[in-house]
Design a protein around this ligand. Structure first.
Ligand SMILES: Cc1ncc(COP(=O)(O)O)c(C=O)c1O
Length: 389
């Protein structure tokens, strides 16, 4: 294992939004100007048009724009009537909002472990937990982590058996599919995030929830606007979680480009796999002590690589070495949700969900964005090879 000695000449960032912006700048500025000229800043025609176009993109009947993916998860749960006394099963290996939205709806999260090959919720663990105790469990919330759909065949079968709603956390998965069905159309509802680092991103916070259920959509539209359909008349207590016209306008410019951007991500993932393997870094039958393990893509999944994540030996030292070489990397996620301080009262201990805990120690996300260049990927992989040489 090497220590870093010199600084690379060309840095490779985790994400460079400026390249995407340069390629669509004129379209964006025209759309933002249109939104400004309308003098309608919140919801309005721009948001309505976005909702139609986004629902179509996801193969879903309706989409409800909101202020963030975090709010979208809460809106879906709250509109489905999930609250006090209910439990929702989810993965501990996700962003914080996956679990916090369940608590915010008034319900209790139950964590079940992930499949170590995909790091998505493991249907076998879900079934085990429900066979053990299913009382009060109303929904399951799979996360399509890194842009790959969770095993929805297994999850759907179990959800049907135990009469659970499926609420997708599709924050990282716009454009992903499962056996040809699009993320966002695989359950009762699906929440998406358009946070600036996401594969479909706004110029600030924004989110949406898709659903095929017209009543659920109507209730979400009310909940996102203080629980009322008519101003100053409130049927229930909701939130201020509306979509801004400017964000809707930006998203409408980007949506027609998304398939091409996702294809580019998939191509970069293939390139990383090829370069890491030909450098002799990846673990396989014959090379069982190699330092890098590639995650698996399930046969039914069309993975859009919101992130490209590998599992590695000496992760933190490798990360420091890469940083000195000018190579960006990130850890998604360093602490599984069941071990977060704020959830201590739920009573989980280290060792309870071992696959998630192991993943938290060895996952590393490499630079990934549509405009990434092959020579940059070569630099990333050569730097990894140098570290382990
Ligand atoms: C898996 C997952 N769920 C939920 C969210 C929350 O989305 P937002 O940041 O838009 O609130 C994110 C994004 O950060 C995410 O990655």
């Amino acid at each position: 294992m090497k220590s870093a000695g010199h600084k690379a000449t060309a840095d490779v960032p985790m994400l460079d939004l400026s390249r995407q912006y340069a390629s669509i700048r004129d379209e964006i500025l025209a759309a933002v100007t249109r939104a400004c000229d309308s003098q309608r800043y919140i919801l309005g025609d721009e948001a309505v048009a976005f909702e139609h176009e986004f629902a179509a993109l996801c193969g879903s009947a309706d989409a409800v724009g909101c202020a963030s993916g975090t709010d979208g998860l809460w809106l879906a749960l709250a509109a489905a009537g999930i609250g006090a006394g209910d439990s929702v099963i989810t993965t501990p290996f996700s962003f914080f909002a996956t679990a916090s939205s369940i608590l915010r709806a008034g319900a209790k999260p139950i964590f079940v472990d992930v499949d170590p090959e995909t790091l998505n919720l493991a249907p076998a663990r879900l079934e085990e937990r429900l066979k053990n105790a299913s009382q009060g469990v109303r929904a399951v919330m799979p996360v399509h982590l890194y842009g790959q759909c969770a095993d929805m065949d297994g999850i759907d079968r179990i959800a049907a058996e135990f009469k659970l709603h499926v609420v997708e956390d599709a924050a990282q998965a716009v454009g992903a599919t499962w056996n040809g069905r699009r993320a966002g159309s695989l359950g009762l509802a699906a929440a998406f995030s358009f946070y600036p680092t996401k594969n479909l991103s706004a110029f600030g916070d924004a989110g949406a929830v898709t659903t095929n259920d017209a009543r659920l959509a109507e209730r979400m539209r009310s909940l996102r606007n203080h629980g009322g359909k008519q101003r100053y008349y409130h049927d229930e207590v909701g939130a201020n979680s509306r979509l801004d016209a400017i964000q809707a306008a930006v998203l409408r410019v980007k949506m027609p480009h998304l398939a091409r951007w996702n294809d580019a991500r998939r191509e970069h993932a293939r390139t990383y796999g090829r370069l890491l393997t030909s450098a002799g870094l990846t673990r396989s039958g014959a090379n069982s002590t190699a330092p890098v393990v590639l995650l698996k893509t399930l046969p039914g999944a069309h993975h859009i690589y919101h992130q490209y994540v590998i599992r590695v030996r000496d992760r933190d030292k490798l990360r420091a070495f890469l940083s000195e070489r000018g190579v960006g990397s990130e850890i998604y996620y360093p602490i599984p949700l069941h071990l977060q301080k704020c959830f201590a009262y739920l009573g989980y201990s280290p060792g309870d969900l071992p696959e998630s805990e192991r993943a938290a120690l060895d996952v590393l996300a490499l630079p990934m964005f549509a405009e990434l260049e092959e020579n940059e990927q070569r630099h990333v992989v050569e730097s990894i090879a140098e570290f382990y040489s």
